[in-house]
Design a binder for this molecule. Structure first.
Ligand code: AMP
Ligand code: ZN
Length: 119
């Protein structure tokens, strides 16, 4: 738990979230500013700032984030496909400095923006 970290506060229940999953190590909840019809975040309960500060000890947790993505995506109606994203560092577009995996899809702004970037 890190003071003044919004995702630590969500993980500990101090701040409410629109939860899609929770276990001992991980919480997943809908993004408050969705970029697609479905957009949720998978967040380790342990405060790790970003991929740049993750250590070999975090390997199992990192694996769990990715392994959960298809399970939760299917449950949220994205069984035909979805996007995943991890922004790392301010220069990598990260705005909340507690590691998280974005999972989104189903149409919306993100699809349009990504398609433009990849052309
Ligand atoms: P990033 O830019 O990769 O750090 O992503 C942070 C994401 O967290 C953004 O998509 C925000 O919309 C989302 N976010 C910030 N605060 C909350 C919150 N209280 N509940 C849900 N999502 C949040
Ligand atoms: Zn945190």
């Amino acid at each position: 738990m890190s003071d003044n970290c919004i995702f630590c506060k969500i993980a500990s229940g101090q701040i409410p979230s629109n939860k899609v999953y929770e276990d001992e190590h991980v919480i997943a909840f809908h993004d408050i500013h969705p970029v697609a019809r479905v957009h949720f975040l998978i967040v380790p309960k342990k405060h790790v700032e970003s991929l740049l500060t993750a250590t070999p000890d975090d390997q199992a947790m990192l694996g769990q984030l990715l392994a959960l993505a298809p399970k939760l995506a299917r449950e949220q109606g994205l069984g035909e496909g979805f996007r995943t994203m991890i922004n790392t560092g301010a220069k990598g577009g990260q705005s909340v400095f507690h590691l998280h995996l974005h999972v989104f899809g189903g149409g919306g702004k993100a699809e349009t923006a990504m398609a433009a970037v990849m052309q």
